[in-house]
Design a protein around this ligand. Structure first.
Ligand SMILES: [Fe+2]
Length: 448
């Protein structure tokens, strides 16, 4: 998932499940996903929904429309006979990057789409929802069911983006409004008292990586293949805000020897002095979140977020450690699905991993407490370039643009974040962004 979401898809494995069961499960997932997008938007005013405050972001209204466009363009047009397109102009207006599908407006112009208004976008959503539900009642082809599953997974990516983008929008607003100002929510960091990092050791060896064919995956998770790992160890928790503050205090942003060349260029060109949403006044640092601004003292034990790959790499070098490769991370996480999410425990492939995801309602990274789950809170930068696995194949047609064309100049992130839907993530999931990207919920897990 990048600036507009990426991750191509494939529903792997010829499912042994009867088609009617899959259609019914897909219908439930579809309805729940569409409803959740509206719930996430319900806190926003129509004016909030127009803001596009940085190059990576899109307005919330655009997310509402584009996710709908995806179902209309790649499913209803092909698989529902007699489907009436809601508005022919939307065919290109809400296309993100599928060059072989239609014309595409420039991304930076999305905030200028004052028309259609929010009400019309919501009518567009209702029109498409009704048609997808009709299609699912009509014994659709397996390909149509697979694409609806894809559409739901695509929309979950945009749910995360919607929150990521609105956080940037509100940070950019001088009033610094909070997306969620529920007074009954209490920051859970205080109860943990800054848990010490422990090292989870793995002996290495020859292991398999990539999706194993059970259920949905994106095509960048294929094909499963073997990689040799040397012995390694992973930090039991993510790097905290307090630890990152020590890096800043020690001149981390002023010492070129800690940085990759391109990273140092980015520090100088952008004036980086701290993670994206940190601000400093006479009383010290504060950190802006979807729940408003917190003094560093309050969040010091929770994971540092909104750092680029370059900052994660420089921090690791300063700490005399390194970032894990994506294969080390996946190897450690293979046993993380199921009740605890802790490495080494039995995998339960039908259950999402435990972690601080969107479903917890925290909406920000929190201190890990007793859990050693590798998942949640922040996407974790890995030292692996985002490249095709052996045997990778893009899909036919416009959907082939979903993923493979981004395999250049990006680094892999793993694990999901506090705004990722829990059911969306798995140990083989590969997120990817350019190394200078900071607006995501991206953090640091050390390795050695
Ligand atoms: Fe998209």
């Amino acid at each position: 998932m990048s600036a507009t979401t990426q991750s191509s898809f494939r529903v792997t494995a010829e499912s042994a499940e009867p088609l009617e069961n899959r259609a019914s499960a897909t219908a439930s997932r579809f309805i729940a996903t569409r409803r959740r997008t509206l719930e996430l938007s319900a806190r926003l005013t129509p004016e909030d929904m127009m803001v596009q405050s940085c190059a990576e972001a899109s307005p919330a209204k655009w997310h509402l429309a584009h996710t709908t466009w995806f179902f209309e363009s790649f499913i209803l047009r092909e698989f529902l006979p007699g489907y009436r397109v809601f508005n022919e102009d939307f065919t290109w207006l809400f296309n993100s990057y599928y060059q072989s599908f239609s014309a595409i407006p420039e991304k930076r112009l999305r905030a200028s789409f004052s028309r259609p208004g929010v009400d019309e976008v919501l009518r567009y959503r209702e029109h498409v929802d009704h048609a997808i539900e009709l299609l699912l009642e009509r014994n659709p082809l397996p390909e149509a069911i697979q694409r609806i599953e894809l559409g739901a997974n695509h929309e979950e990516q945009h749910q995360e983006l919607l929150l990521t983008d609105i956080l940037h929008a509100f940070f950019s607003n001088p009033l610094r409004p909070a997306y969620c100002s529920d007074a009954s929510w209490v920051y859970p960091a205080a109860s943990t008292g800054g848990k010490k990092i422990e090292w989870l050791s793995f002996p290495g060896g020859l292991s398999e990586f990539g999706h194993n064919g059970h259920g949905f995956c994106f095509d960048n998770e294929l094909t499963r293949h073997r990689v040799w790992l040397e012995p390694f160890a992973l930090a039991s928790r993510l790097t905290s805000c307090g630890e990152f503050a020590d890096f800043i205090k020690d001149g981390g942003y002023e010492r070129p020897e800690l940085w990759l060349s391109a990273g140092w260029d980015a520090v100088k060109a952008n004036g980086w002095r701290a993670p994206l949403y940190w601000s400093r006044n006479d009383e010290g640092w504060s950190v802006f979140t979807l729940r408003g601004e917190f003094p560093l003292d309050v969040v010091k034990d929770s994971p540092v977020s909104q750092v680029s790959y370059f900052e994660a790499d420089a921090y690791a070098r300063w700490a005399a450690m390194r970032l894990p490769t994506e294969f080390e991370w996946e190897h450690a996480a293979e046993g993380c699905r199921g009740n605890t999410g802790n490495p080494g425990e039995t995998e339960k492939p039908d259950e999402p991993p435990m972690g601080n995801f969107l479903d917890t309602g925290n909406l920000l990274p929190v201190a890990s407490g007793e859990s050693s789950s590798l998942f949640g809170d922040c996407w974790q930068w890995t030292a692996s370039a985002y490249l095709a696995y052996p045997g990778f194949k893009s899909l036919e047609g416009a959907l082939g643009e979903y993923n493979g064309k981004f395999m250049s100049g990006q680094m892999v992130l793993r694990g999901g974040s506090c705004v990722t839907p829990a059911a969306h993530i798995r140990s083989t999931y590969r997120n990817f962004f350019a190394p200078e990207t900071r607006w995501q919920f991206s953090g640091i897990r050390l390795a050695q």
